[in-house]
Design a protein around this ligand. Sequence first.
Ligand SMILES: CC(C)(COP(=O)(O)OP(=O)(O)OC[C@H]1O[C@@H](n2cnc3c(N)ncnc32)[C@H](O)[C@@H]1OP(=O)(O)O)[C@@H](O)C(=O)NCCC(=O)NCCS
Length: 180
Amino acid sequence: MIKITEDLRLKKILISDAEVLYALMKTVYPTAYSHFWEDEGNWYINSQYSKENLKQELLEENSSYYFICYKNEIIGNLRIIWDKTLEGLSEEKQMKLHRLYLHEKTQGKGFGKKILNWLEEKAKEKDYKIIWLDAMDEQPQAFQFYKKLGYQYHSHTFLPFELLHDKVRKMSQVYKLLKS
Ligand SMILES: CC(C)(COP(=O)(O)OP(=O)(O)OC[C@H]1O[C@@H](n2cnc3c(N)ncnc32)[C@H](O)[C@@H]1OP(=O)(O)O)[C@@H](O)C(=O)NCCC(=O)NCCS
């Protein structure tokens, strides 16, 4: 268990947590993204949070996957891939923030910021120079959040998933240079 504050902690996700993770994301993901999809995101949730995919993700080298817990209740997830570089960025040591989701009832209370501040400190201790991530342009909540925390635009792509509505396909890669 990693302590970010007395009440906010990170708990490592294990393969035996597959059902708990699925149930969590079946609640958390649609509140933010169901309107992006023709099927309200069911296909995406089923593929990203299947036991098989969790197994692959846990096996991925240099990755860390956690439940976010507040007062012992699971309220979200966080996945990091250390040593993952973003094409076109030349800084040596880079890491990717792969996922950060908080339950709707816990959003806007400063938890996301505390988690990213913790992550930036961890990254600096390990001598990383850049944190980067993918953010959907049409999700202003996430986009504004990262902008506020100092992340800058680097590049963008368009997601190819068949069930995604065309107008929300744009995904930007944003990054932050970590100052020592
Ligand atoms: C995006 C998310 C991680 C942000 O975490 P959060 O705990 O809600 O955000 P915080 O309360 O820590 O906000 C931090 C700062 O961002 C700003 N911010 C947050 N949401 C914002 C919004 N919708 N518009 C403008 N600013 C916003 C806050 O005002 C705050 O600024 P301050 O420090 O000056 O007060 C969280 O809301 C979430 O999980 N959303 C749904 C899923 C999602 O989109 N995840 C991202 C996938 S990459």
